[in-house]
Design a protein around this ligand. Sequence first.
Ligand code: FE
Ligand code: CA
Length: 503
Amino acid sequence: MPHTTRRQLLQRASLLLAAPAFVRHARAAEIPRFALGVASGQPRADGMVLWTRLTGAELPPRVPVDWELADDEAFTRIVARGREEAEAAWAHSVHAEPAGLASDRWYFYRFRALGQQSRSGRTRTAPAPDAAATLRLAIASCQRWDQGHYAAWRHAAAASLDCMAFLGDYIYESASPADAPRRHDGGRLRSLDDYRARYAQYKSDPALQDAHAACPWLLVWDDHEVENDYAGSMATTPRGLDMAALRAAAYQAYWEHQPFAKAQRPRGMDMRIYGRLDWGRLARIHLLDDRQYRDPQACPAPPHTSGSNAVLLRDCPALADPARTLLGREQEQWLADGWSLERPWNLLAQQTLMARYTSRPEGRYWTDGWDGYAAARQRLLAPVAARRVPGVVALGGDVHAHFVADLKADFDDAKSPIVASEFCGTSISSRGGDQRRVEAALALNPHLHYAHADQRGYMAFEIGPRELKASVLAVEQPLDPASAVQVAARFVVDAARPGPQRA
Ligand code: FE
Ligand code: CA
């Protein structure tokens, strides 16, 4: 029972103990089949993807699953319904794709299978591409299970968002230390069943389930969905694993557990997650993949032959090598060809801090982020300035710290123009770095407006045609699942002028 969490096992054991012998034959009907909740994603003007995954033992190889979508929470006005086959080969996951829906509307959805019904979820369509619109969007990342609780998700689930963008590190692949506040089931992930079980454990959290059920999500992965610091098909630390097989297993489990379309189902070790969607006349959202197509990190720390490092620029000329790419040439070109010049906002939903961050006056950089691929960053930002691409806002995660920054044509030149804005959100629960070090680096990075490694949380945005308002959200007690969440800072970006301002 690899895809069964400890909690479900306990629930099932208590059911069995409580059941008199004569009703034991009804056991299969009592196994929770929708224990991982529901989710929706990829809102388009006429549809979205609805997700669930059947759980528990004794599932047939193929199970018909009925879904329905309604205008109202009581499901009295059904606007679409259908049937999907949940297959054992794909972990009995369901990826339903209602189409032909009215744009810019909220809907409710639920599933039925094996005599049981799922909870209902709330989802919506995007506004039509030519319609006036506003958008309430949030970004989140890095929800390491064994380093904290999910008070941030409780808060996000109640935040009346149109859409949540999850920017990577949905699971972590490692085993847990004995003193962790809550522990990963199982050890380091190696097989498809391992990855499936880890997703099931994370998705057993009720606050995360509520956040998925509250609005449609957009998702991109970072490294930990496969392995720390992996680059393309290069593993960080060779440990006798076939990296291609590991990546294929990890990508399959990722697809199985998220609201991705059937057409995105991975083939072997390849899965396309980059793409874009338009939110009316307001915004184009570009979803990027910084892992699958990247070159290996420059100058790994000896004795390692790959992986991240923090290096002085003068010791690592490869940092400036224009041949190196973070997105891959094809995705770089796709991005350069796809900016919206008509809409006021181009939102880049990507993984990590884009602004330059040096920890020494002479230039010392972390090689896994954009600083490790500075020429590729320049190739992305230079045309933004030259073509006056409107309202470019980089959204990120990965660094376990809140950063708000100006993105500049040349970070080494104080007079260089600001060409875009950046909001890099902190982790939901993963531990952050040393705040004193971050503060010491602020003077070396004057384009940073805000930097807090000592906050867990997420960021929320209210976006209109003239301005983007940002709230930096911080969890008071990361080890308390019921903790309050506070607005730690507010910023605004004027659509006519790149660069976040304190509000
Ligand atoms: Fe992380
Ligand atoms: Ca990461």
